[in-house]
Design a protein around this ligand. Structure first.
Ligand SMILES: NC(=O)c1ccc[n+]([C@@H]2O[C@H](COP(=O)([O-])OP(=O)(O)OC[C@H]3O[C@@H](n4cnc5c(N)ncnc54)[C@H](O)[C@@H]3O)[C@@H](O)[C@H]2O)c1
Length: 303
C-alpha cells in the first residue's frame, strides 16, 4: 500500500512510519518542522515537511490509506482557536482530500481524553466528558468523522482512542511524555521517584508497539467506527514504580507530593470488548512486559 502518516516525526507517528516501512509499504512521512528528525533515523521513504492545515495533499497523488497522528498534544494549551484549527479543521481537510481522490481508508488518533473524568471502565458509547480543550478537540474530531461517514460511507474512517501510551521515541515530549518515561528518568538518574499523593491513581498504559498493531488492525478493518486502544489493566503509579525499581535495582523511597490540578484524572481504564471483538485487536504487551521491553531499549547507549 501507498500511505501517508501525519505527525511522522512525533512519538507514535515515527514508530508507525518505521514499522509500516519495515512491513514493505510505501510510506510518505509528513512532519511539521523536522524538529524531531532523530525519531525518523533509518527511514528511507519520502519525508515532506509542512503544516497539516496548509499542506498541498493533492501533490501526493492517490493513496491507499492515511494514518493521521498529527495534533497539538500538549493538554495544557488553552488557545481554543489554535487547538481546533490544528486538531479539527486540518482533520476535516484530510477527510475531504481522501474523498476527492478515492483514498478508501483514514485511520486517525482520537484519545481517552474524550472520557475525561467519566466512569471506568470507559466504553466507546459513554457520554464524553473531556476535562480540557485538548480532550474537547478530540470529541469534536470523533463527531466530524461520524458525520463525514454518514455522507460519504465509501471512505472507511477508523478512530483509535489511545489510552496512556509509552515507549521509544517519546523523549521530545518533555513534561507530556508518559509517566513510565518520567519515572524511569528519575530513578535511573539516582533521584527518588515523584508522584502525587499517594500514588494509587491508576492509568491504562499501552505500549507503543501495541498502538502500531492497533493501526494495522484498523487498516484491515472493513467499515467505520471508533475503538479504545488500551490493555484493560489498571496500573497505579505505585505499581509502575515497583516494576521500574525491580528492573533498575533501585529502592529509593517514593516522594509523594500534593496534586495542584483540579482537572486531573484519578483513573483511566479501557473497556476493550468492542476492540477485541470487532476490530480484532488485542495487545501483546501487558504493562510488566511492555515496561521491561522499553527499559531494555532506554538502557542502550543511543536509545
Ligand atoms: N501519547 C499518548 O499517550 C496519546 C494518547 C491519546 C492520543 N494520542 C494522540 O496520538 C497522536 C500522536 O501523539 P504523540 O504522542 O505521538 O504526540 P507527539 O506530540 O509526539 O506527535 C504529534 C505530532 O504532530 C505534529 N504536529 C503538531 N501540529 C502540527 C501541525 N500544525 N502541522 C503538522 N504537524 C503538526 C508534531 O510536530 C508532532 O510530530 C496525537 O493525535 C495525539 O493526540 C496520544
Amino acid at each position: 500500500m501507498k500511505c501517508l502518516v501525519t505527525g511522522a516525526d512525533g512519538f507514535i507517528g515515527s514508530n508507525l512510519s518505521l514499522e509500516l516501512e519495515k512491513a514493505g509499504h510505501t510510506v510518505i512521512a509528513l512532519s511539521h518542522s523536522g524538529r524531531n528528525a532523530k525519531n525518523l533515523e533509518g527511514f528511507k521513504g519520502t519525508a515532506p515537511r509542512g503544516d497539516i492545515r496548509t499542506f498541498d495533499y493533492d501533490s501526493l497523488g492517490k493513496l491507499d490509506a492515511i494514518f493521521h497522528q498529527a495534533a497539538i498534544t500538549d493538554t495544557t494549551v488553552m488557545d481554543e482557536e489554535l487547538m481546533y484549527s490544528v486538531n479539527v479543521t486540518a482533520f476535516e481537510k484530510i477527510l475531504d482530500f481522501a474523498r476527492r481522490t478515492g483514498c478508501p481508508k483514514v485511520v486517525y488518533a482520537s484519545s481517552a481524553a474524550t472520557y475525561g473524568k467519566g466512569s471506568v471502565p470507559m466504553k466507546e458509547d459513554q457520554v464524553p466528558a473531556p476535562a480540557n480543550i485538548y480532550g474537547k478537540s478530540k470529541v469534536v474530531m470523533d463527531k466530524a468523522a461520524r458525520e463525514f461517514n454518514k455522507k460519504h460511507p465509501e471512505v472507511s474512517i477508523v478512530g483509535l482512542r489511545y489510552f496512556n501510551v509509552y515507549g521509544p521515541r517519546e523523549y521530545h515530549k518533555n513534561k507530556s511524555a508518559s509517566m513510565v518515561y518520567q519515572l524511569y528518568s528519575q530513578i535511573s538518574s539516582g533521584k527518588p521517584p515523584r508522584v502525587f499523593k499517594w500514588g494509587e491513581q491508576y492509568r491504562d498504559i499501552i505500549y507503543v508497539k501495541d498502538v502500531v498493531k492497533a493501526n494495522l488492525c484498523a487498516y484491515t478493518f472493513r467499515g467505520s467506527d471508533i475503538f479504545n486502544v488500551g490493555t484493560a489493566i489498571p496500573t497505579s503509579f505505585n505499581k509502575t514504580i515497583e516494576i521500574l525499581n525491580g528492573l533498575l535495582k533501585s529502592n529509593k523511597p517514593t516522594d509523594y507530593f500534593d496534586n495542584p490540578y483540579d482537572f486531573f484524572q484519578e483513573a483511566t481504564l479501557a473497556d476493550m470488548k468492542l476492540s477485541n471483538n470487532k476490530l480484532k485487536f488485542s495487545p501483546d504487551f501487558p504493562p510488566e512486559k511492555g515496561i521491561a521491553d522499553y527499559v531494555k531499549i532506554l538502557k542502550q547507549p543511543n536509545p
